[in-house]
Write a protein that binds this ligand. Structure first.
Ligand code: TXE
Length: 495
């Protein structure tokens, strides 16, 4: 098993001095704080970038503000759609370069970078592009009676909110970035994106492609840095909206900071502790294949992934044994190896966090398989199945964001609903059954932003996505995103 050969374009790009993309130009940045970028498959530094200074953040927001009032406002809705479609074409045409860059920084399997991260970014971008010509207000007849025979009519305008701060995590830096960039641009907003400090490079390259596609200077900017740069963005008086995806604690801090800054509106897509329920009639082989695909993809570093599994007591033994057998067959290897089926965790800090969970599991739980570090350079661990120690087991309540599934048996569906809802979070859930009438009875009782039946983590641009309870505020995709990126202006006319 060997790594693929890097494209010359990727090698050249890595060697560049990296910083930010502001006002249509690549800027190496003037701060003397350099941050290393690591390849999770080796633990080696592959590149570095200049942490954004307050001046860099201000310059990006000023550029975005000018474009919001000027160049982007002058582009017609039709042309906005054409430009976003052109960007999708360019991302597709440069897909291998972008996939390699993303894999190098994130540790995402090259197959997943190509087939999901880049390919789905293109699909989502084209979907959003279609909205450009379809964002409208409403007309209405005012309801109060007239006093002296005068008449009234009213309508609403959907106006872009202004400059958006898009704050993006490391797990799907391109796709989550594109969701925010496309939502902003298609509604007439402009955007400053701050990628995670672990995955700063791919969106910089996409910003260059955006210029080629016809996005005017300043409409789409990238500033790279740590949470400090994110905080400076949120605090900026010209930022009208924050669109954040990341962890729950950071999301709460971001929401509070946005409120305190300027009552700045914030949408928060946070993590969760997502349940999957395998009912008594479940097809065990199909469920094993489905859970294998969804709970362990990208080493479990997916906000929507199932981490707690409630399995009907009659199926626990068969399910856990078959799942463990399938996991032990997975080829663990470098993310740049096309034959590897399971790669590294994304960074050293995350590895340490997951090793902490393994230690707890080894002392308190039955480990069905895994819960060990893989002895090789980089940040590798084994895919893991653990039996919960009762409904209060912390492993059923804390988001690990890793390849760890915790299983608890259940006996009846009333108990199942209580167990599934026993969490402050509510991002996603799934029900695995051959009995659709049972599924339909359960769906309204489950507290989650998305409920899937016989699948999990299937995101479609036409279907709204977001968290209930402490998993977030707001929805992405469908038409739901429009509410969050536009302000509704009411107009009343007397005649
Ligand atoms: O996330 P953070 P991190 C979870 C996962 C992981 C943990 C930590 O459990 O182990 O979060 O990962 C920026 N103001 N998820 O540290 O801190 C930060 O620079 C403004 C779940 O990467 O949430 C990055 O760009 N911005 C998640 C982004 O916020 C701030 C995906 C996310 O960082 C900031 C990734 C601040 N004060 C990790 N502090 C999901 N739900 O998909 C940090 N940032």
């Amino acid at each position: 098993m060997t790594d693929i050969q890097l494209l010359p374009a990727v090698v050249d790009f890595l060697a560049r001095p990296h910083g930010h993309f502001i006002d249509g130009q690549y800027r190496s940045g003037d701060s003397d704080r350099l941050i290393d970028v690591y390849n999770p498959s080796t633990g080696q530094v592959v590149s570095r970038f200049h942490d954004a200074s307050a001046a860099d953040v201000d310059s990006a927001v000023q550029g975005a503000r000018r474009a919001f009032k000027g160049a982007w406002a002058e582009v017609s809705p039709y042309e906005k759609g054409v430009i976003l479609n052109r960007l999708a074409d360019l991302i597709e045409a440069n897909g291998e370069e972008l996939a390699q860059l993303e894999t190098l920084c994130s540790g995402k399997s090259i197959n997943l970078s190509r087939g999901l991260e880049i390919a789905q970014s293109v699909v989502f971008l084209r979907y959003f592009a279609g909205w450009a010509t379809k964002i409208t207000g409403q007309t209405m007849t005012p309801s109060l009676p007239s006093f002296n025979g005068e008449r009234y009519t009213a309508f609403t305008l959907r106006e872009p909110v202004g400059v958006v701060a898009g704050i993006v995590p490391w797990n799907f830096s391109v796709m989550i970035g594109i969701w925010k960039i496309a939502s902003a641009l298609v509604t007439g907003c402009t955007i400053v994106v701050k990628p995670s400090e672990f995955t700063p490079l791919t969106l910089l390259r996409i910003a260059e492609l955006a210029v080629q596609a016809g996005v005017p200077a300043g409409a789409f900017n990238v500033v790279n840095g740590t949470g400090r740069a994110g905080q400076a963005l949120i605090d900026h008086c010209d930022v009208a909206k924050v669109a954040f995806t990341g962890s729950v604690p950071t999301g709460i801090a971001v929401g509070k900071a946005a409120m305190a800054a300027n009552l700045t509106r914030a949408t928060l897509e946070l993590g969760g502790k997502n349940p999957a329920a395998l009912l008594a009639d479940v097809d065990v082989d199909a469920a094993v294949a489905g859970i294998l695909q969804t709970a362990y993809v990208h080493q479990g570093q997916v906000c929507a992934s199932p981490e707690r599994l409630y399995v009907h007591r009659s199926k626990v033994e068969a399910f856990t044994q078959k799942l463990a057998a399938a996991l032990q067959q997975l080829k663990i290897g470098s993310a740049l190896d096309q034959d590897a089926q399971f790669g590294p965790l994304a960074n050293q800090a995350h590895l340490q966090k997951i090793l902490g969970y393994f230690e707890r599991a080894r002392s308190n739980n039955t480990v069905v398989c895994g819960a060990r570090q893989v002895e090789r350079p980089g940040y590798f661990v084994e895919p893991t199945v653990i039996l919960a120690n009762g409904a209060d087991d912390p492993l059923l309540h804390e988001e690990t964001f890793g390849p760890i599934v915790c299983v608890l048996p259940f006996d009846d569906e009333e108990q199942l609903v209580t167990l599934m809802n026993d969490s402050p979070f509510g991002l996603t859930a799934s029900i695995w059954t051959n009995d659709l009438s049972k599924a339909f009875r359960l769906i309204p009782q489950i507290e989650a932003g998305t409920v899937w039946v016989n699948m999990h983590t299937f995101l479609d641009p036409a279907v709204p996505f977001g968290g209930s309870k402490a998993s977030g505020v707001g929805r992405e995709f469908g038409s739901a995103f429009i509410d969050d990126y536009t302000e509704l202006k009411s107009v009343m006319i007397r005649f």
